[in-house]
Design a protein. Structure first.
Length: 403
């Protein structure tokens, strides 16, 4: 775990770099790459915000004249959400949401309109001559609908009360894709430092947003990436994806699966998946595939018995390898291998429920691990399965592959 750092020092640094009304903003120079970090921390991750910010500051010493822009929303009654550029180990050119015209009171960082305004401000004030990257920092749940607020899912829960509650508003992945299209140039990459992001449903939805998506199909550690090393990796010219994955897993040996997806191949993956599912007679109402022993990346239960009906986000390749013919699996895997250009496996991971246990009631091997998950219909009478199909129907993936 990352050691706790002094919040007081951070607050002092933040206060010192706020603009006053009579000061003119510093002229922005054009960088080769601008990376925007969207930190949605008004929830139970709020204590991790300052630790990761300090690591990002340290990493910013090694990015040259490029731009590292952060948006920060944490659980605090004393400050509005704010933006800044991290440069040479310092918080520079900090502005609150009031300064940029978003509002004088707290906002939901999961509000699509707020997100668009933040992205536009970052692009306009921190231009790049070559490309842009985006880091999504916070909670994520893939295609899964959250029970607390109907019809919301996926990223950036904000409780709206400046406390550590996990009851609040999320932004849908389809809505996130629209926000990015409306307010950002085409991205070089999205680095999702959040749980369960590497599901085929979300990857397909975001296929037009970025060239590459980097993240984990599983739940990730509370303290997130080691940004003192990951930040410099984000600014590497060509090897950024490989470097991010390597640096991230160094701090989490054997319990953080990661992958990198080339989004231009996602259309081919969808078509190949549609064909292989048809060959498997997928979705028959009188028979559901036996998923016993297969890799899964998320557990919905709140007890330690790990019942099968509470296992979701199954490894896509482990499922198809088990239930399709060898020839059909190999044909499908050819399409997936062109999309998943980098992956590192782990043999267990944690579940962030009422405990911090590792779970591994499956066998992870080089052959069974594919780095991305998929929704697999199960008996609707078991657990949450009756709502899972309704959840995934909101995604374009569902209509292409014909689940």
């Amino acid at each position: 775990m990352k050691k706790l750092l002094l919040t007081l020092c951070c607050l002092a640094g933040l206060t010192a770099c706020h603009h006053h009304d009579d000061e003119a903003p510093e002229a922005k120079t054009q960088a080769e790459r601008t990376v925007i970090v969207y930190m949605a921390g008004e929830n139970n991750l709020t204590d991790a915000v300052w630790d990761d910010l300090n690591e990002m500051k340290e990493g910013s010493r090694l990015i040259g004249n490029n731009h590292l822009v952060v948006f920060v929303d944490r659980s605090s009654q004393r400050e509005l959400p704010w933006m800044a550029c991290l440069k040479n180990g310092q918080i520079a050119d900090s502005v609150s949401i009031s300064d940029v015209g978003i509002g004088n009171t707290d906002i939901y960082s999961s509000d699509p309109q707020v997100m668009e305004q933040i992205f536009r401000y970052a692009v306009n004030n921190y231009p790049a001559s070559e490309d842009f990257g985006l880091v999504l920092w916070g909670h994520s749940s893939g295609w899964l609908v959250q029970d607390s607020i109907p019809n919301t899912r996926a990223f950036g829960i904000d409780n709206g009360r400046n406390d550590t509650s996990m009851s609040g508003y999320w932004i849908n992945i389809p809505t996130l894709a629209t926000v990015i299209a409306n307010s950002l140039p085409h991205l070089k990459f999205i680095f999702a430092d959040c749980c369960n992001f590497m599901c085929l449903e979300s990857l397909y939805e975001l296929r037009h947003a970025a060239d590459y998506i980097i993240g984990s199909p599983a739940e990730i550690p509370y303290d997130g990436a080691p940004y003192e090393r990951v930040v410099p990796a984000l600014f590497e010219k060509t090897a950024f994806a490989t470097s991010v994955v390597e640096e991230y897993q160094k701090d989490n040996p054997n319990y953080l699966p990661l992958s990198v997806v080339k989004t231009s191949e996602m259309e081919n993956v969808a078509q190949a998946t549609r064909i292989v599912l048809q060959s498997m007679n997928h979705g028959a109402t009188d028979s559901y595939p036996d998923m016993t022993g297969l890799i899964y990346y998320y557990y919905m239960g709140v007890t330690k018995d790990f019942q099968p009906e509470n296992r979701i986000f199954f490894d896509a390749g482990d499922y198809i390898r088990t239930h399709a013919s060898a020839a059909d699996y190999q044909q499908w895997k050819q399409a997936l291998d062109k999309a998943v250009v980098e992956k590192v496996m782990a043999t267990q991971w944690q579940t962030d429920k009422l405990w911090k246990d590792f779970y591994s009631d499956f066998n992870v091997t080089e052959e069974s691990y594919h780095g991305v998950s998929i929704y697999v219909p199960q008996d609707p009478h078991l657990g949450y399965n009756s709502s899972y199909r309704r959840d995934v129907e909101k995604f374009q993936w569902y209509h292409v592959v014909g689940l």
